[in-house]
Design a protein around this ligand. Structure first.
Ligand code: PAF
Length: 326
C-alpha cells in the first residue's frame, strides 16, 4: 500500500507524523508531497516535529517534491487549502492512476463540486476532521486538541474505492486518531462548516485563540449569528440538521481552546485565507436559495479587507528590501 499526503500544512504534517510509524511497521509506504523543493529538503533533514501536551517528538517522514519520481499510488490525501486544490490536483497528476483513491480534506464546502471541475478518474472521498492542529514552523506541528475524523463518499464509489477508504480509516485509527466511516459525509461537511463559519473569521479578526472567543460577550453573540444564519441556509438547501449547531461550535471553542484557528494562522503568516470556501460559501448558497446572509457577508467583507491590507504591507516590505539592496 502506497499513500501520499499532499500539502505539509498543519493537518498534512499531523497525519504524516502519526501515520508514518504505523505504515512502516506494516510494510507500507508513506510519502509527504511538497511542491516547494527547499522546504521538502528541510523536512527530510529535520523530520516532522510533533508537539503534544508539552512533549516534542521528531518523526522521520519521507518528503518528496517531484511527483514524477513517486508514480501512481493507492491513496492520495489532499490536505491543501481549498483555494489551492485545483493547482494541487494538477501538480499531483503523476501520482494518480485510474485506481487511486483521492481523499479531500478541505475546510468548507467549496471543494464539493471538484468532481465536475476536474474530471477525476474515480469517485473521491471526503474527510472532515476536528483535530486541532497548529503549524508553528515548517514541519513543526502542535496537536492542540483531539477531535474526530469522519470519512465517506458523496457519490457512488466502486468496491475497490470503498476498500481503500476502509484501509485508510483502519491505519489512522491504529495511529491513534478517532476515525468514523460515514454514509452521511455531506452532513458532517456542513456540521464542520458551521464550526468554521463561527470560529475562523472571528478568531482572525479579533486575533485570539478559539477559547478566547468564549470570554467576550460581543464575540459570542456574533458567533451565534454567523452560525444561525448558516444553519438557515443549510436547511433551505435540504440539509438535515439534527444537532444544535451553535452549541456544537461553542463546544469546539472549548475543546480546542488553545488552538490558533487556521484562518488566524493565515492572518499571522499574511497568506490568503479560506474565507471564500467558508463564509463565502454560505453567502453564495444563501443567494441560490433566496436567504439573506448579512452577518456572513460582513465577515467576508472584513476578512477580505484584512487580506488586502496585509498583502499591501507585504508588497511594501518587498519593495523596501529591493530598494535598500538595489
Ligand atoms: O480551521 C480550523 O482551525 C479548525 O477547523 C477548527 C476546528 C476551527 C479548530 O481551530
Amino acid at each position: 500500500m502506497r499513500i501520499v499526503i499532499a500539502g505539509p500544512g498543519a493537518l498534512g504534517c499531523l497525519l504524516a507524523a502519526l501515520l508514518a510509524p504505523r505504515m512502516e511497521a506494516s510494510g507500507h509506504s508513506l510519502l509527504l508531497l511538497d511542491h516547494q523543493q527547499e522546504r521538502a529538503r528541510l523536512l527530510n533533514d529535520q523530520g516532522i516535529l510533533y508537539e503534544t501536551d508539552g512533549n516534542l517528538q521528531q518523526q522521520r517522514v519521507a518528503v518528496c517534491s517531484d511527483p514524477q519520481i513517486i508514480g501512481p499510488v493507492d491513496i492520495l490525501c489532499l490536505t491543501v487549502k481549498s483555494h489551492d486544490l485545483a493547482s494541487c490536483l494538477q501538480f499531483c497528476r503523476p501520482v494518480i492512476s485510474p485506481q487511486t483513491l483521492l481523499v479531500f480534506m478541505q475546510n468548507g464546502i467549496g471543494h464539493l463540486d471538484v468532481e465536475e471541475r476536474e474530471a477525476l478518474p474515480t469517485t473521491p472521498a471526503f474527510a472532515v476532521s476536528s483535530e486541532g492542529a497548529t503549524l508553528l514552523a515548517p514541519g513543526h506541528v502542535r496537536h492542540a486538541g483531539r477531535g474526530i475524523t469522519h470519512m465517506g463518499f458523496c457519490g457512488h464509489p466502486g468496491e475497490q474505492q470503498q476498500q481503500l477508504l476502509g484501509t485508510l480509516a483502519e491505519l489512522l485509527h491504529e495511529s491513534g486518531l478517532s476515525v468514523s466511516l460515514s454514509d452521511d459525509i455531506l452532513n458532517h461537511l456542513w456540521a464542520k462548516l458551521f464550526v468554521n463559519v463561527g470560529i475562523n473569521p472571528l478568531t482572525a479578526l479579533y486575533n485570539c485563540t478559539n477559547g478566547q472567543l468564549l470570554t467576550s460577550c460581543a464575540a459570542r453573540s456574533r458567533l451565534k449569528k454567523l452560525v444561525k444564519e448558516a444553519e438557515t441556509v443549510a436547511r433551505a438547501c435540504g440539509v438535515a440538521i439534527n444537532t444544535d449547531s451553535v452549541q456544537a461550535t461553542l463546544a469546539v471553542c472549548k475543546s480546542t481552546a488553545r488552538n490558533i484557528s487556521s484562518m488566524l494562522q493565515d492572518r499571522r503568516r499574511k497568506r490568503p485565507t479560506e474565507i471564500e470556501a467558508i463564509n463565502g460559501a454560505v453567502v453564495r448558497e444563501g443567494k441560490r436559495v433566496g436567504i439573506a446572509t448579512p452577518f456572513n457577508e460582513e465577515a467576508v467583507k472584513q476578512i477580505k479587507e484584512m487580506e488586502r491590507n496585509y498583502s499591501q504591507e507585504r508588497q511594501d516590505a518587498q519593495n523596501t528590501t529591493r530598494t535598500s539592496t538595489g
